[in-house]
Design a protein around this ligand. Sequence first.
Ligand code: NDP
Length: 273
Amino acid sequence: MRTLELAAAPVPVIGQGTWRMGEDAAQRRAEVAALRLGIELGLSLIDTAEMYGEGGAEVVVGEAIAGLRDRVFLVSKVYPHNASRSGVAAACERSLQRLKSDCIDLYLLHWRGQYPLAETVEAFERLREQGKIKRWGVSNFDLDDLQELNEPACATNQVLYNPEARGVEFDLLPWQQRQGMPLIAYCPLGQGGQLLRNPALREVAERHAVTPAQVVLAWALRQPGVIVIPKAVDSVHLQLNVEAASLQLSAEDLALIDAAYPAPARKRYLQMV
Ligand code: NDP
């Protein structure tokens, strides 16, 4: 699978999301098995957060990566209400324990909150010096937030990006591309909802004998510097998602998708889920 450089490491352009994992004990075995299968299939970037299942998703990830830690690029996130100098350190320690790991590859501020950015950055830098994280970044930052942050050390900005939410193409994504800062696209499948039933996406899918989900992943990946992190527990979904990496959409396909979901012609404020 194609890789790109994120936080000084080569990572696959398709990773694995974990939101909604770790919420239901009855699902735990299936979730662990899915993440392990995903790693086997090359989806070695795993995205989680202390928020998901209030730590439950990190516990699932910890179980899934046991014995495989050196094959995985681990991303986790700190809650904004924990983003103070002491709060970041304590939250990271709890995450590391749940992940049964001594280092997080990329640690993100989940969204902007009450603490000054400089304080959070200082806390991230301290974790980096201590070897508890390798790099840090942000999530749900619009362009003005990134410009205010003004930190070349910020490795990524993780935001909502799919055909239903393509406002970032107007300014945020081009800016990140110019800075060489990869954009991690969350909810790339629109959470498996209405998006995947859109007639234009179905038509493009039929042309290529693939599924609408594969079309939307390939659509996001047409942009340089973009990583997608679909969440999939179903093993068929995982396999299809891997195969989406080699799907090339034509100009006609893209025009059909543009007609259904027009590109932004003006600034749109960043959407969040
Ligand atoms: P997604 O857009 O990834 O959709 C997940 C849904 O799509 C699941 O129901 C899954 O089903 C289904 N699915 C997966 N693959 C396929 C396929 N090939 N065909 C059809 N359906 C499929 O939504 P998420 O909200 O999970 O977003 C992805 C990840 O992004 C999250 O898990 C999380 O890690 C991150 N995120 C970050 C946010 C932030 O604020 N930073 C906010 C939201 C998400 P099944 O599980 O049954 O396979």
